[in-house]
Design a protein around this ligand. Structure first.
Ligand SMILES: [Zn+2]
Length: 310
């Protein structure tokens, strides 16, 4: 097979360039050693190596460094390195590849820019698992890791979201980090279960604006309430809500009219009090619980698991 003739980048083609980066797919980027050296110890060391003397100003005479990255990755990377250039929008997959290169070449400034970009809703809200994986792998700081972890709460578990092919970022997510995420999710669900039952048992179930503070919901006051403090039909409602929250912690999971209707069919026919007040109190309870959901989740801290020392 004949050798491919390298093409030239349209953007990085300055005649004053003194180094050529040749991408894995044979595109030449004519760059300036000084700019690369100020953003990367790797390129700083490279620029100190003795170079053959040349009197030519032609970048084609500049030394060529063969790179492992594709032209797309180098193009974005260099746009982030050069102070007067800004890259066009790129996908999370492309961002991950640039991050890998920036990490490899010790480009702390570029890593910092990418960390900020990952915090944008188009990444951290749309693809929180993938951002979580990148943030853990490249140690992008607790703030981004926690933010990504919190955003994963609204999604199903990865094996449900990606039944056949997982995104590449998850390949490098360690079992320890994934375990930390699952533990955090479980702790959020536990906190929500506690909140639901606490709200159910105290007067907070009925917002003061809607009912006198002295009135407790029917599933607490009715004579059919179980020894545990609430009626069986209300417990059925909470357990079903928690099952729904396991697939995604969203307000919609709490505020389900269909579940309310289903729950009301579980009220024993012999209990007229529950049948009379059940729907009213349940709808008020949903409002109160939905309003407390966010503050309940925010109080749960995400923490990375530590390995037990034996
Ligand atoms: Zn009853």
């Amino acid at each position: 097979m004949a050798d491919t003739i390298p093409t030239k980048s349209d953007i990085f083609c300055s005649p004053t360039a003194d180094l050529v980066l040749r991408s894995a797919d044979d595109v030449d980027f004519c760059v300036h050693k000084l700019i690369l050296a100020t953003s990367s110890p790797f390129f700083d060391d490279m620029s100190r190596l003795p170079q053959p003397a040349t009197a030519s100003a032609d970048p084609s005479a500049a030394p060529v460094a063969t790179m492992a990255e594709t032209s797309r990755t180098l193009d974005i990377l260099l746009h982030l390195v050069y102070p007067d250039k800004h890259p066009a929008p790129f996908s999370l997959l492309e961002l991950g590849r640039v991050l890998k290169a920036a990490d490899k070449y010790d480009m702390d400034g570029v890593v910092g820019q990418l960390r900020q970009l990952l915090g944008l809703p188009m990444y951290v809200q749309a693809e929180p698992y993938r951002v979580f994986a990148l943030a853990c792998q490249y140690d992008l700081g607790d703030e981004l890791i926690k933010r990504a972890a919190k955003n994963t709460l609204q999604c199903q578990l990865p094996h449900l979201t990606y039944p056949l092919t997982a995104p590449p970022e998850l390949v490098d997510l360690s079992a320890l980090q994934y375990h930390s995420l699952l533990t955090y999710r479980d702790r959020c669900l536990s906190a929500l279960a506690t909140m639901l039952y606490d709200t159910a048992r105290n007067k907070g179930a009925l917002p003061p604006s809607q009912a006198p503070i002295s009135i407790q919901p029917i599933w607490v006051t009715c004579s059919c309430a179980a020894v545990s403090g609430v009626t069986d039909w209300f417990r059925y409602y909470v357990e079903n809500t928690l099952a729904s929250l396991r697939s995604g912690i969203t307000v919609e999971a709490i505020r389900s009219v269909a579940r309310v209707e289903c729950t009301l069919t579980k009220i024993p026919p012999r209990c007229k009090l529950c049948a009379t007040d059940g729907a009213r109190d349940l709808l008020r309870f949903i409002d109160a619980a939905a309003a407390k959901m966010e503050e309940t989740v925010v109080r749960v801290e995400f923490s990375s698991m530590k390995v037990e020392q034996i």
